[in-house]
Design a protein around this ligand. Structure first.
Ligand code: APR
Ligand code: MG
Ligand code: MG
Length: 199
């Protein structure tokens, strides 16, 4: 187990910690960019109130709700749609990277629980519509949903350019690890994108 990681059971025993759950929602797509570049998969992230990219989800209280109930509640607030997330969608738990010393947030450790759920392209469209209209957090905690460009073309960096933005906590590594594990990008494509995103 990687450093900072803990099992779901160990995580739930940490009653003095705060807990947060986030999910990567994705689908397949047959769409072509400019009629020729296969987009292949739609992966949803969001532009947060703090200007950072992250996954939908948020703080949950395991004394009041299960992790999945808390995550589903957060998704309703942030996406405007109830997307039921279950234990089968759970990926991993880890301690959040430590907060900067200037941070005003509580000093109790934060445990992050990460989920991945595959949905239909049509559901992605419904989520995007609701997130920009009926979601109570729209324009407040969440400034907008974004799709991750997983392709690079000769003239557009796409994926590597996206990876060079700023992400909350471990959202960038959660994205990269999930794309590899689910074979949404090949190891070669990922290596090339990571290399050029650091230039
Ligand atoms: N990796 C690591 N940390 C993350 C990630 C991630 N992928 N996503 C979010 N976090 C951290 C955030 O920094 C935050 O401290 O998890 C915590 C909760 O996640 P949010 O989605 O921001 O929580 P939410 O409940 O939706 O919003 C409450 O209001 O009071 C503020 O700062 C508070 O961000 C919190 C927000
Ligand atoms: Mg929230
Ligand atoms: Mg949130």
């Amino acid at each position: 187990m990687a450093s900072g990681q803990l099992s779901r059971e160990e995580a739930l025993e940490c009653s003095s910690s705060r807990h947060a759950c986030h999910v990567m929602l994705y689908s397949d797509t047959a769409s072509l960019l400019f009629g020729r570049t296969p987009i292949r998969h739609i992966v949803l992230m969001q532009m947060r109130f703090d200007g950072l990219l992250g996954f939908p989800g948020g703080l949950v209280d395991p004394l009041e709700e299960t992790l999945e109930e808390g995550l589903t509640r957060e998704l309703l607030e942030e996406l405007g749609v109830a997307v039921p997330v279950s234990v089968e969608d759970y990926v991993e738990s880890c301690f959040a990277p430590s907060h900067p010393p200037t941070s005003s947030s509580s000093s109790s450790p934060l445990i992050l629980h990460f989920y991945v759920k595959k949905i239909e392209e049509e559901q992605i469209r419904e989520i995007e519509k609701a997130a920009a209209s009926t979601a109570v957090d729209h324009g407040l905690e969440v400034l907008g949903m974004v799709r991750v460009p997983l392709y690079s073309t000769k003239s557009h960096a796409g994926f590597s350019c996206f990876l060079s933005h700023s992400f909350i906590g471990n959202a960038r590594s959660q994205l990269v690890d999930s794309l590899l594990r689910l074979h949404l990008v090949s190891p070669g494509e990922l290596r090339r994108a990571l290399r050029s995103s650091q230039r």
